[in-house]
Design a protein around this ligand. Structure first.
Ligand code: TNX
Length: 531
């Protein structure tokens, strides 16, 4: 009798079990960027309303990480998953406090364990864990679903230490909420640096208390003549803190000595002044103009709302210029916990070569004085680089080589591969195409270690995808240009090239697309993918 009841029960449970849809295996899941190793086992772990998160290890931030995970799982499941130290089927195990970024994710039928020797590693383990759930986990309200994930083990670590994206808030201004939204998406892709291009010819976007006209005048407008805007220092701190919660470090850029028209419009004294014409001045107002004064106190430039580049330069030979730059570097460094300060240095076509060299070398001294490592566009490698400073390759391999030959590292942002403002093809509704048309496969199929002649893997600190915003005016525009390509670049930076596989990426990005659809992200539906 007992036996037959038991038999009935087990039959019933088999029926219940078989009602659930079969689950794919761990190596068939759609994690982006692809982890280093995935071992599958046959089984499933199910998140239920009685699941809980257990914290193991010593760090005040562990409870933050626990709540972060709980808050990501809550909207779609409706479960209030408690976070504590006393037991639970989901464990976050911090085994140390180093600066590595690797993590292990162990899943069996009854538990999940994310372990790492750094908080960043736990964070990345959480991102991977979330990507294992059905895409409906991205919903902002409760959906009926069995929240099962496949069992197995993932061991993962990034190939490159610096994995970034740049947002140009100068050509068109984007506010704090847009930047936070961008940070949220970057975090899901395990990107760890957000480079903010804060100044350019068309706008100065960061409050500098000792030079208020920079924003009062230089922040007033933007490409096309629209309203412009700027971050107060409080805004900037808010962005930096939000980024830090997502394990992202902000890299501020003040582009100089070129790309400075907005500053030159704000303060006349920063301008080089008129170049005295050679030869005969006799026709010019009969000696009434004191050229000496004219040269020292030039008029401010006009605000600029076009998209030409390479026409502006700070006066490189004046003391006031370096007082100005030192104030800017000091004020921004004080509110930037990260190690880097980006000094621009690109396309200074109207700065004499010798003046450029003098300028960039002096500015590197100033960032060092305030405890920061300089990053600059690849042209800065034509000057003497201070130890540890980084050249950001965008155009010229010979400049990257100059950096390497000085013993400096290179950040890879090849315009033909990584520029998110390039059109996908000639029909793209936004973007430029001076460097290339960049379809998704092109953004994916390249190797940062071999891309620039003469540069090897050990010379490369990482990869960054810049979004220049001459043609980008709204969050929807950003999303159209950035996704799906940023996911491709994130995988280029995270996953070792020999492991990367375009057909497999096509499969996985289609799943990511479903997540973006649920989140309302208006990504470009590349014809290269069966969405
Ligand atoms: C070149 S890339 C620039 C930017 C433009 C971009 C447009 C670089 C260092 N300079 O000023 O916005 O092209 O694609």
């Amino acid at each position: 009798m007992k036996k037959s009841i038991f038999g009935l029960l087990s039959l019933m449970s088999a029926v219940v079990f078989s009602c659930q849809e079969p689950i794919h295996s761990l190596d068939e899941s759609a994690i982006i960027p692809l982890p280093s190793t995935i071992q599958t086992s046959s089984g499933a772990f199910e998140l239920t309303s009685s699941s809980s998160i257990q914290l193991v290890g010593n760090s005040s931030n562990l409870s933050y990480l626990g709540s972060f995970l709980s808050s990501k799982l809550k909207p779609a499941t409706g479960y209030e998953i408690p976070v504590g130290t006393e037991g639970g089927d989901i464990q976050l195990v911090l085994t140390g406090s180093d600066d590595s970024e690797n993590y292990t994710l162990d899943i069996d039928g009854s538990s999940v364990k994310i372990s790492a020797s750094s908080e960043a590693g736990i964070f990345y383990g959480i991102q991977t864990f979330i990507q294992l759930f059905p895409v409906s986990i991205e919903n902002s309200s409760v959906v009926e679903e069995s929240w099962r994930i496949p069992t197995g083990k993932i061991e993962d670590e990034p190939d490159y230490a610096y994995r970034g994206s740049m947002l140009d808030v100068a050509r068109h201004f984007f506010g704090v909420e847009d930047v936070k939204h961008y940070i949220d998406q970057m975090a899901t892709l395990k990107l760890n640096y957000l480079h903010l291009h804060l100044t350019d010819d068309q706008g100065w976007r960061i409050e500098i208390k000792s030079w208020p006209n920079l924003t009062a005048i230089g922040g007033k407008t933007e490409v096309g003549g629209g309203e412009g805007g700027f971050f107060t220092q409080e805004d900037y701190k808010e962005i930096v803190a939000y980024a830090a919660q997502n394990f992202i470090t902000v890299v501020p850029e003040i582009d100089m000595p070129g790309h400075t028209n907005a500053a030159l419009a704000s303060y006349g004294e920063l301008n080089p002044g008129v170049n005295l014409p050679d030869g005969d001045f006799s026709t010019m107002s009969e000696g009434k103009i004191d050229f000496d004064i004219l040269d020292k106190n030039p008029q401010p430039a006009e605000l600029y709302t076009g998209i030409e580049v390479g026409f502006s330069t700070l006066a490189t030979n004046k003391e006031i210029t370096y007082q100005f730059i030192e104030d800017v570097i000091r004020e921004i460094s004080e509110i930037t916990p990260g190690p880097y300060f980006h000094i621009g240095g690109d396309e200074s076509h109207v700065t004499e070569k010798d003046d450029y060299i003098y300028f960039v070398e002096k500015v590197q001294e100033l960032t060092a004085k305030y405890g920061k490592t300089s990053i600059g566009w690849d042209e800065i490698a034509t000057t003497q680089l201070k130890e540890g400073n980084i050249a950001q390759f965008w155009a010229l391999a010979e400049n990257a080589k100059l950096a390497k030959d000085q013993g400096n590292q290179v950040l890879m942002s090849p315009a033909k591969k990584a520029y998110l403002d390039m059109q996908y093809d000639s029909t793209s509704r936004l973007g430029l195409h001076w460097a290339a048309y960049i379809e998704l496969d092109s953004a994916y199929l390249w190797d940062p270690a071999t891309y620039a002649d003469g540069i090897n893997k050990s010379d490369v600190i990482g990869v960054e995808a810049p979004l220049w915003t001459e043609t980008i005016t709204s969050r929807a525009d950003i999303e159209y240009m950035v996704f799906p390509r940023l996911a491709a670049i994130a995988e280029v930076a995270w996953t070792p090239t020999p492991k990367r596989d375009w057909p497999d990426f096509q499969r996985r990005i289609a799943v990511m697309g479903k997540r973006w659809d649920i989140k309302g992200i208006e990504f470009y539906k590349s014809p290269k993918v069966n969405w």
